[in-house]
Design a protein around this ligand. Structure first.
Ligand SMILES: Nc1ncnc2c1ncn2[C@@H]1O[C@H](COP(=O)(O)OP(=O)(O)OP(=O)(O)O)[C@@H](O)[C@H]1O
Length: 352
């Protein structure tokens, strides 16, 4: 079932939590809401779920306005970060809960409940834990049971708020791959909230980048990573160096170096900033007359296949970071304290 968020606005007092947000999610899509703390991700998810009402705007499920449809009628499966399993119920009863509280006429028989719950527990690969209590499970197991419980009511939409937030890195990685497979099997529309860019980029079909109540960009992981639409997205996704300069007739002047900027051929003496990823910088030993931004190598550290160079630039507090292959670093044999030059191989330039 597709989800349409239309002109949704939400204030908390004078604070704007969502500023006229629009978003379309297709059936079968797994979408990540990604952004810093307080940007409005959870508020948007809660409005989609029907747990919160927008001040203006509407939510359409399969093209039909559901703004006034009660949470229970929306057929939404919801999983929160803090495992909201009932402590006094077994795993089996936790998953059965949504079926048992249905109105008598819609309630399945005991035999149907047995069959359904065991099939869901099999789906999350935890049928062997049916008789345990939540306190006897690991964090990752609890999350999978919470998902099984959300799926029991046959949701047409699956909403997950930081589902793996409280787990350690290895379990998170396993669970997100597992979520991806589960989502594909179920063919529902799923939306999950995360502030972890790696999680969003690895799992989602599309990523929605949010900042201060606004959507900054919506795109596939590849699109948002390779072509960030705004300086905010550039800064939020991965490490990036910023070079302030003056754009003039197709070039950006940074110190004595002019970086070609074909994207802004008509800019005339305009302030601009170039965003450059650490691996997009060429680094060479300085020789007088060389074209480039002159820096001093202050620190080097090796991590896996890359060498990371911390480079100081006269008059600037924030060091430049460059990433080069370890083999190249060893061949160049740079020493800490040496003067080098850097040149961006590619850059995205925004006029400021
Ligand atoms: N009921 C409320 N009353 C007042 N302010 C609220 C309420 N709910 C949320 N807010 C505020 O709205 C903003 C957005 O909150 P929201 O929970 O949507 O952010 P988030 O992006 O999910 O953040 P996090 O990653 O920290 O969970 C925050 O500044 C928050 O303090």
């Amino acid at each position: 079932m597709s989800i349409e968020v239309k002109n949704v606005h939400k204030q908390f007092g004078s604070f704007t939590a969502l500023n006229n947000v629009n978003l379309h999610i297709e059936t079968g899509e797994l979408v990540a809401l990604l952004g810093p703390s307080g940007c409005g991700k959870t508020t948007l998810l809660r409005i989609i779920a029907g747990l919160e009402t927008p001040d203006t705007g509407s939510i359409l499920f399969a093209g039909e306005d559901s703004t006034d449809v009660h949470v229970r009628q929306r057929q939404v499966g919801f999983v929160f970060q803090h495992y909201a399993l009932f402590r006094h119920m077994t795993v089996f009863e936790n998953v059965a809960f949504g079926l048992r509280v249905r109105p008598r006429k819609l309630r399945p028989s005991e035999a149907q409940i047995q069959e359904k719950v065991h099939s869901l527990l099999n789906l999350v690969q935890l049928d062997w834990l049916a008789d345990r209590y939540p306190s006897q499970l690991s964090g990752g197991q609890r999350q999978r049971i919470a998902l099984a419980r959300a799926l029991a009511v046959e949701p047409r939409v699956l909403l997950l708020d930081e589902p793996f937030g409280a787990l350690d890195a290895k379990v998170r990685k396993e669970l997100r791959r597992w979520l991806r497979r589960l989502h594909d099997d179920l063919h529902v529309a799923s939306v999950f909230v995360t502030h972890d860019q790696e999680e969003a980029l690895e799992v989602a079909d599309r990523v929605v980048l949010m900042n201060a109540g606004n959507i900054e960009q919506v795109g596939t992981p590849r699109e948002v990573w390779q072509s960030p639409a705004t300086p905010f997205v550039y800064g939020f996704l991965g490490d990036v160096n910023q070079f302030n300069g003056v754009a003039d007739r197709g070039g950006l002047r940074i110190d004595d170096y002019t970086l070609p900027v074909p994207a802004h051929p008509d800019a005339s003496n305009a302030k601009a900033v170039a965003y450059v990823r650490p691996h997009e910088l060429d680094v060479e030993r300085y020789r007088p007359g060389d074209a480039g931004i002159v820096v001093k190598l202050s620190r080097v550290y090796l991590a896996g296949p890359s060498a990371y160079l911390e480079l100081d630039r006269a008059g600037h507090d924030i060091p430049i970071e460059a990433e080069i292959p370890v083999a190249a670093f060893q061949a160049l044999d740079f020493k800490e304290g040496e003067t080098l030059v850097v040149r961006p191989r590619s850059a995205q330039v925004f006029l400021t």
